[in-house]
Design a protein around this ligand. Structure first.
Ligand code: GAP
Length: 450
């Protein structure tokens, strides 16, 4: 995969209304992105699948929707106010600012500027720490400010509610608390589209376990989450890999961590982290808030501070991975066809109804009646705004698995042509059999790895 491929993906996302630059008409904001009509649908599908898999289908996991703005004490306890920072250095020649850990090291005191290739001597250009937390003034008056913090991970909302959830649900261990929501980080390394944003969304589970079972559950979650991307999201197996963190790489709270990496257009990078956070968070919140967050196990009659296994996924990175994985350019009759081979369940529309002539009222009426029948059962689109070749191209680009064309002959025989996005095969079938045809075909779709 190349940078050229990245540029093509970004262009498609913009052109077709998946992703736009944030505040674009005012010149934009770095690392802030908006999701357009189709992007909003695809993003919601990803979140719905995750929520359904873990919150609706499992008895050991409950959902939560905690606030974004949190008390300063939360981040004193979590370590984010002190430790959540990047070491940054300025290039003396081009004046650009970089994260030191992302620069090529030449020797002990010299790094290479990623932009102009100047040698940066860090004894002369001392790197400085920048905290990634975003804070907001919550006071009514400017002269007496008091600050709340925008959470940098949804996890902290889960930890501070652990006691509330136990009291309300009377659940036993192992117990997962799952949450989808926005998180904010004043990231310095920008670029790479929606890979690293200042405002992004996470899907996190904090899975509270008896410490003696932590290793077992950690391994189970790594496998479960890898399988999720393949089976539920449809990402090809060969574009995913696991990378276990070395001791020196581990975050201050983690006992172990494995990244699930995806082969993004710019190379292999983290899609999700699965960590064993030990009892760090519950202990620290107990210490700082003075509220006991331990758990009394009725069966073993012991009081424990549970360990936490945390599968932490990014919604935006999953979105990016899904689009990159599904993006194909194929040569058809000497022309390039761009197609998103999305898993059908994720596609913004499952089927498009396309009348061949829009100035023939009976034909339009018949096509619209088909559209009305289907739209309550499957996400369906009606489009008569162009020639059929152009309409097919548009649907290929947004990943619509089936296109149904209604032509003059359809008025007589009540048959339509149904075209498969991936094979481009066309079948003539009874209009009344469209849903049955799609359901039967589903098994023929590209599954992950194939
Ligand atoms: N609670 C643990 C935690 O937040 P993390 O590795 O910093 O761990 C977890 O983040 C996931 O959140 C990442 O794997 C990534 O998918 C997503 N993520 C983190 N920072 C991000 C950013 N600046 N932009 C987009 N996604 C981000």
């Amino acid at each position: 995969m190349t940078e050229d491929r990245l540029a093509k993906i970004v262009s498609l996302c913009r052109r077709r209304g998946f992703v736009f630059g944030g505040s674009e008409i005012y010149g934009g904001l770095s690392s802030i992105w908006d999701y357009g009509p189709l992007g909003a649908k695809l993003k919601k599908r990803i979140k719905d699948i995750w929520w359904d898999t873990y919150v609706e289908k499992r008895e050991d996991i409950v959902g939560l929707d905690s606030s974004i703005i949190m008390h300063e004490g939360v981040f004193k306890a979590s370590g984010h106010l002190e430790g959540f920072s990047d070491l940054l250095v300025d290039c003396p020649k081009c004046k650009k600012r970089f994260r030191l850990d992302k620069l090529e090291k030449i020797d002990k005191n010299t790094y290479e500027c990623a932009d102009c290739k100047e040698e940066i001597d860090i004894q002369k250009n001392k790197p400085r720490q920048f905290n990634l937390m975003l804070k907001t003034n919550m006071s009514a008056t400017e002269d007496e400010p008091y600050y709340g913090y925008l959470r940098p991970e949804t996890a902290q909302g889960i930890f501070v509610n652990f006691g509330n959830v136990l009291d309300a649900t009377h659940k036993k261990l192992p117990l997962g608390i799952a949450q989808i929501g926005k998180a904010f980080r004043n990231e310095v390394t920008t670029g790479s589209f929606i890979f690293r944003m200042k405002e992004f969304e996470q899907m996190e589970i904090e899975y509270f376990v008896n410490p003696k079972n932590a290793d077992k559950f950690y391994k189970e979650w790594v496998n479960e989450r890898l399988k999720f991307y393949v089976d539920k999201i449809g990402i090809k197996k060969e574009n995913l890999r696991l990378r276990e963190h070395k001791k020196e790489e581990l975050a201050h709270y983690a006992k172990a961590c494995t990244d699930i990496e995806f082969k993004f257009p710019f190379g292999w990078s983290e899609l999700e982290g699965v960590a064993n956070r030990g009892d760090f968070d519950l202990r620290e919140h107990t210490r700082v808030s003075k509220k006991d967050l331990s758990f009394f196990d009725d069966e073993t009659k012991e009081k424990i501070t549970p360990f936490v296994i945390e599968p932490s996924a990014g919604v935006d990175r999953t979105f990016f991975a899904v689009i990159s994985d599904a993006f194909y350019e194929e040569e058809v009759k000497g022309k390039i066809r761009t197609v998103l081979k999305l898993k059908p369940e994720l596609a913004p529309y499952r089927v498009a109804i396309l009348p061949l002539l829009k100035n023939k009222p009976e034909l339009v009426e018949f096509a619209k009646s088909i559209f009305c029948d289907i739209k309550d059962k499957l996400p369906c689109l009606y489009n008569d705004t162009g020639a059929i070749g152009k309409l097919y191209r548009r649907q290929d680009e947004i990943g619509t698995p089936f296109c149904v064309t209604v032509d003059v002959q359809s008025l007589d025989d009540k048959k339509v042509t149904i075209r498969d996005r991936d094979t481009m095969q066309q079948d003539r079938i009874d209009a009344s059999r469209i849903l049955e045809f799609i359901r039967n075909k589903k098994k023929l779709f590209r599954t992950a790895g194939g």
